[in-house]
Design a protein around this ligand. Structure first.
Ligand SMILES: [Fe+2]
Ligand SMILES: [Fe+2]
Length: 242
């Protein structure tokens, strides 16, 4: 299953945004990926509005994959207020939706959460004042905590952190500065940099962001939103060797 170099070929794509009107939108691409990679990682915004029909359309394409499919939800998958139902549909098609529990495939760990917004550096929102401001920050802290708990359980030498929101600023550059704080949170970075086994981080959400960046400790971070990948590589997905 793993390539001759001993590395795992991890195909990654974010922001699929499957719509109700889509007809087998990723069938062909998933077949190509199944032939060239060992695992497929989906980085959220799998559906456009989190509708049942959208999830069912994607589920059919996932069923055609002959390699393991893992991933996280994105904010769009919450829009209809039934993310659990979206998860249920995708899991019954064979996808593992990461949130509370990490997964190990052929010696490589996968830990993932959707993440949340909140900003970076001086622009980071603090848990201060009104209860609603504190609740907002709590959400980001909770996502970071779930990621840390998963990373802590992994006993693998190599792992991949899977997110929807960005943990760093570099990979959202290209988006308007005014919305940086809605594209991710640096709180997601702290757990990543605490574990040596994290070899790569993949995320989506910033459709106009930048492909590559690094955490403060140097772990590579890739924005794999298909809208970032397509203009850069001519393909909607990327294959990383882990
Ligand atoms: Fe998106
Ligand atoms: Fe998103």
């Amino acid at each position: 299953m793993v390539s001759e170099t001993g590395k795992m070929r991890v195909a990654a794509i974010g922001d699929l945004h499957v719509q109700e009107s889509s007809v087998a939108p990723y069938r062909e691409m998933f077949a190509e990926i199944s032939a060239n990679a060992d695992v497929l990682v989906l980085c959220g915004d799998l559906t456009n509005f989190g509708k049942t029909k959208e999830a069912e359309i994607l589920a059919e394409d996932i069923k055609s994959c002959s390699i393991p499919v893992v991933g996280v939800l994105g904010n769009h998958d919450y829009e209809c207020g039934q993310p659990e139902h979206v998860v249920e549909i995708l899991q019954s098609a064979g996808m593992t939706v990461l949130d509370e529990q990490a997964l190990e495939i052929e010696g490589v760990g996968f830990a993932g959460v959707k993440g949340f917004m909140g900003g970076y550096g001086r622009g980071e929102l603090a848990p201060f004042g009104e209860p609603i401001a504190k609740a907002f920050v709590d959400e980001a802290m909770n996502e970071a905590r779930k990621l840390e708990n998963q990373l802590r359980t992994l006993r693998t030498e190599r792992s991949v952190a899977v997110l929807h929101y960005s943990p760093i600023v570099q990979t959202i550059e290209g988006e308007p500065d005014e919305i940086f704080q809605y594209l991710g949170s640096q709180r997601l970075c702290e757990p990543i940099d605490r574990f040596d086994h994290v070899k790569a981080v993949v995320h989506g959400h910033a459709h106009h962001g930048t492909y590559e960046g690094r955490t403060p400790r140097g772990t590579p971070v890739y924005n794999v939103a298909q809208f970032v990948l397509k203009p850069k590589f001519g393909k909607q997905y990327v294959i990383l060797e882990i």
